[in-house]
Design a protein around this ligand. Structure first.
Ligand code: PEP
Ligand code: MG
Length: 552
């Protein structure tokens, strides 16, 4: 028996024979050409063919895993149409006389490097997308077919250096029991797709993967990121049980659709979904989310490559509100800066961006930028139940200034005869200052939503992006929990609602503590909504429990 440890990227257990695939694109040697015009034509032909293939994949993904996940293949097409990308390849062919394949490879690698140096974890992962699209073009130019994962025979667990998103989407769920890779990351599109498709996977195994031999019997434990090769009978039996239990659990979750999220003693909890794009509403609805608890609006600015107009923003907010059909939608106003960059808005480099010019601080200075968003929101409020919240608040003065600007926008719309609606106004509690002053803030707003991602970073002085201190980053640290408790208590005393929208809202170990503190709304990634409902249904708040905080 051999035990290998990696990262569990997609939950579940797979038991079967491992099969290594060689999907690595061979590197192109530096090669020069004389006829650069012909070479550019060859590149163009390959690029257009690649776009066509990606559109086919996009349609296939839409039908098999849904519109939200299929967007990645639209993004791949956009990357291939990007002027900077195309010009870079053209220039390498024209000026350096490189072959089309070598120029495409060089450009792909340069862009991938650029993405991998970015601070934002999501954008860093776009580096893998760049490699995916440039490999496609290089393969076409070399007349090679892409590795065809759909042709895999038998029921196996795939082992590879890495899997591209376009390969993962083509895995046949009936034949591929799971996959393991030496590389990869939890936030890569391959991992996201694996989770949506329900294919268990363990990634990041590094050199350990070489310890396996094709045909080895393995147990893949996607819960714990563990691989066991040639397991003894007893262990195999345990894992078969675990697999069956998880299957039953998944089936049970499906039966919870339409069931109120109520504790055993009758306390109603709202379980909402976090979204970053209007199309994410599909998965909130598919998982029976009772609302949207955090709509991160930065996507508008990132996609648009500049400041989107009032009309563009209005249409995006309206579409979400209309589709949520009267259920509450909490839109967070612009939270740029720190780890969130937008290509069209240049922010000066700062030594400590997390402590610098970001979020509401930018909005209160760049009032035209903020007012465009507020006007769009006020107009969209006519189409559903809208709540807006301001990020990174630290003072009463900021809340009052932000509310004042909402008032100014309301008056402007009134004078211009443009219809607008009512909305709730709230703040995120994501700085220690906001939690500690929450008793002063509560009378000013309709709700609090606790952003435990930043609250943890600022309370513990641990950079949420720095893997070196990742082990210190813990939303369950008593210091963070005390601040959550203070905010929830202030909300309760002033009769406003209080939710949690950071990642810890989906941490089942914290659910009961949050509810006992008085939190009544949890906003989580849509895929976790039913699991959280199941958890809430198991809790009884009327039983006397030793209070969690008394132990800290
Ligand atoms: C948070 O800080 O907890 C939060 C939800 O916001 P973001 O992760 O977008 O900073
Ligand atoms: Mg935050």
């Amino acid at each position: 028996m051999k035990r290998l440890t990696g990262i569990g990227a997609s939950r579940g257990v797979a038991i079967g024979k491992v099969h290594f695939i060689d999907n690595v694109v061979k590197r192109v040697e530096c090669d020069t050409v004389v006829d650069t015009v012909l070479e550019m034509e060859r590149f163009e032909e390959a690029r257009l063919k690649a776009i066509e293939m990606l559109e086919e994949l996009h349609q296939k993904a839409k039908n098999t895993v849904g519109p939200e996940e299929s967007i990645i293949f639209e993004i791949h097409q956009l990357l291939l149409r990007d002027n900077d990308y195309v010009n870079s390849v053209h220039e390498l062919i024209a000026k350096s006389h490189y072959s089309a394949a070598y120029a495409a490879q060089q450009t792909g690698e340069r862009f991938a490097q650029m993405f991998s140096a970015m601070e934002d974890a999501y954008l860093r992962e776009r580096s893998a997308d760049m490699i995916d699209i440039s490999s496609r073009v290089v393969r076409l130019l070399q007349g090679e077919a892409a590795y065809d994962v759909s042709q895999i025979k038998g029921q196996i667990i795939i082992a590879a250096k890495d899997l591209l998103p376009s390969e993962t989407i083509q895995l046949d769920r009936d034949r591929v029991l799971g996959f393991v890779t030496s590389g990869g990351s939890q936030v890569s599109h391959s991992s996201i797709l694996a989770r949506t498709m329900g294919i268990p996977s363990v990634i990041g195994l590094g050199d350990q993967l070489a310890e396996l031999v094709d045909g080895d019997m393995i147990v893949l434990d996607g819960f714990n990121g563990v691989l066991i090769a040639n397991p003894p009978d007893k262990l195999l039996k345990d894992y078969h049980c675990k697999q069956a239990e998880y299957q039953l659990y998944r089936e049970r979750l499906q039966t919870l659709k339409g069931v109120p999220s109520r504790t055993q003693d009758g306390v109603e909890i709202e379980i909402y979904g976090n979204i970053g794009h209007p199309s994410d509403v599909d998965s909130v609805l598919a998982n029976d989310g009772q609302g949207v608890g955090l709509f991160r609006t930065e996507f508008l600015y990132m996609e648009y490559g500049g400041i989107p107009s009032e009309q563009t923003q209005f249409e995006a907010y309206r579409s979400v509100l209309e589709r949520m059909n009267g259920r509450r939608v909490v839109v967070r106003t612009l939270d740029l800066g720190a780890d969130k960059a937008a290509p069209g808005i240049s922010l000066p480099a700062e030594e400590n961006p997390a402590l610098g010019y970001r979020a509401l601080r930018i909005c209160l200075k760049e009032q035209a930028l903020f007012k465009t968003q507020l006007r769009a929101l006020l107009r969209a409020a006519l189409y559903g139940h809208l709540a807006i919240m301001f990020p990174m608040v630290i003072s009463l003065d900021e809340i009052r200034q932000a509310k004042e600007l909402v008032e100014v926008c309301r008056e402007e719309l009134e004078q211009e005869g443009i219809p607008y609606g009512d909305m709730e106004l709230g703040i995120m509690i994501e700085t220690p200052a906001a939690a500690l002053l929450s008793d002063l803030f509560a009378p000013e707003v309709d709700f609090f939503s606790i952003g435990t991602n930043d609250l943890t970073q600022y309370t513990l002085a641990v950079d949420r992006m720095n893997m070196k201190v990742g082990d210190l980053y813990d939303p369950r640290n008593p210091a963070v929990l005390r601040l959550v408790q203070i905010a929830a208590e202030s909300a309760r005393r002033h009769g406003i609602w209080c939710g949690v929208c950071g990642e810890s809202a989906a941490d089942r170990r914290l659910t009961e503590h949050y509810l006992r503190m008085g939190v009544t709304e949890l906003s989580v990634t849509p895929a976790s909504i039913l699991e959280m409902r199941e958890k809430v249904l198991s809790i009884n708040l009327s039983t006397e429990k030793e209070h969690f905080m008394s132990r800290v």
